[in-house]
Write a protein that binds this ligand. Structure first.
Ligand SMILES: Cc1ncc(COP(=O)(O)O)c(C=O)c1O
Length: 403
């Protein structure tokens, strides 16, 4: 490699994405012929028993065969926007198709929201720990992500005093991920109301409600944030990736709830950005449409499988010296505490040593928050029961051997 490298921007080189960064050493081990037990990636399709429902796949395939291979409208196919508006309406607020914008996943929706709302010196107030893009992207617009605390010993509930102490004029976006990745916490209606009441004191603050795991709420208490907001502008984010088991299709949406009509300029900026990047995949939108407009009883079986695997992992973790966990109320992650002092101080080393010694891949907690996630690791509990049991045997052995 030449020494005269062409410079890269800080906005790109500062990006870290822990979930995929740990895949690099794992791939190197695989290249040497080792088999890795992977509990790292939040992709249900990477694990057995949770395939994309057939009627959705058929709709996608039929769209291809029927020649629906052109660009769609930049804001999304009208019939899909209608179906999503109806779905959001059923979650309790007066969404219309015009409020819905289809993106290449929630991830693209986030990029567009950040680009349209953040300037130099602005703040995104996001939960800690959090899904990494909430930290990675805002800095690209000169903004900064500040974390509010989720309580590690109290089910990862939101620490409202911490939010209140961090609110100021610069906070443009207050984020709630509900159910949460990586902790699995589900906020109750009262908690959502409390968050909105804090945001309502700051006129330029909008709420991002990332509800991509809302169909994987095991508490029965999950509510749509937009449905509770009478004043505060809310971006509701959701999509096909998690609850409809098709993350590779890259389809998600933002739905804008603007109860007091203050988002016209932001909306115009968002629409301009959407038009400039043409559109989301047309056949994939039709696949999602089939999911939204068909019977959803199949979801029950999927949820039951996920809950059974959660319970298995809770039992296994409970029996391993050196691990503790708060039972997650939703999504398919556990954020496990390392109680041995050595690993509590260096969760990344734990992940790397576990990978090299036992060939089990998990993600270090500090990758989800340097301060509030350290001393933890995240697992996805979707692998088969056999793999999960084998992984916990190995994790237990690793902790014993490295004490
Ligand atoms: C909280 C959260 N939001 C968004 C995403 C990504 O969504 P999409 O696949 O729609 O880009 C994930 C994926 O893991 C996530 O955990």
């Amino acid at each position: 490699m030449s020494e005269n490298q062409i410079p890269v921007t800080a906005r790109a080189s500062n990006i870290e994405y822990a979930i995929r960064d740990v895949v690099v050493p794992a791939t190197a081990l695989e290249a040497q012929g080792h088999e890795i037990l992977k509990l790292n990636i939040g992709d249900p399709i990477a694990y057995p028993g949770l395939p994309t429902p057939e009627h959705m796949v058929d709709a996608y395939v039929n769209a291809l065969k029927d020649g629906r291979n052109g660009y769609s409208h930049s804001y999304g196919l009208p019939e899909l926007r209608d179906a999503i508006a109806e779905d959001e309406h059923n979650k309790g607020w007066n969404a219309t198709a015009d409020d819905v914008y289809i993106c290449h996943g929630v991830t693209e929706a986030l990029q567009i929201i950040f680009a349209a709302t953040l300037s130099q010196g602005d703040i995104v107030l996001a939960p800690g720990p959090h899904y990494p893009p909430y930290m990675a992207y805002p800095q690209g617009y000169g903004a900064e992500t500040v974390e509010y605390r989720l309580k590690p010993d109290d089910g990862w509930k939101i620490d409202f005093d911490d939010i209140e102490s961090k609110m100021n004029e610069s906070v443009r976006l207050l984020v709630i991920i509900n159910p949460n990745n990586p902790c699995g916490n589900v906020a109750t209606e009262d908690e959502v109301d409390r968050l909105l009441s804090i945001a309502s004191k700051w006129p330029n603050c909008m709420v991002i409600a990332d509800e991509i795991y809302d169909g994987l709420d095991f508490t029965g208490h999950q509510v749509s944030v937009a449905s509770r907001s009478k004043k505060v502008p809310v971006f509701s984010l959701n999509g096909v990736s998690k609850v409809y088991y098709a993350p590779g299709w890259r389809i998600g949406y933002m739905a804008i709830h603007d109860p007091t009509g203050r988002m016209n300029l932001v909306r115009d900026g968002i629409e301009r950005m959407l038009r400039s990047r043409l559109c989301a995949s047309t056949p994939a939108q039709l696949g999602y449409l089939a999911g939204l407009t068909s019977d959803r009883t199949w979801m029950k079986g999927y949820r039951q499988k996920v809950i059974a695997q959660r319970d298995l992992c809770l039992d296994r973790i409970d029996a391993i010296d050196g691990l503790e966990v708060q039972s997650p109320g939703g999504a398919f992650y556990m954020f496990v505490k390392l109680t041995d002092e050595r690993w509590a101080q260096d969760d990344k080393q734990f992940v790397l040593d576990l990978l090299h010694q036992e060939h089990v891949l998990v993600v270090h907690g500090s990758g989800f928050s340097a301060n509030l996630g350290k001393g933890h690791f995240r697992i996805v509990y979707l692998p088969s029961v056999e793999i999960l049991n084998e992984a916990f045997d190995r994790i237990g052995r690793f902790l014993q051997n490295n004490r």
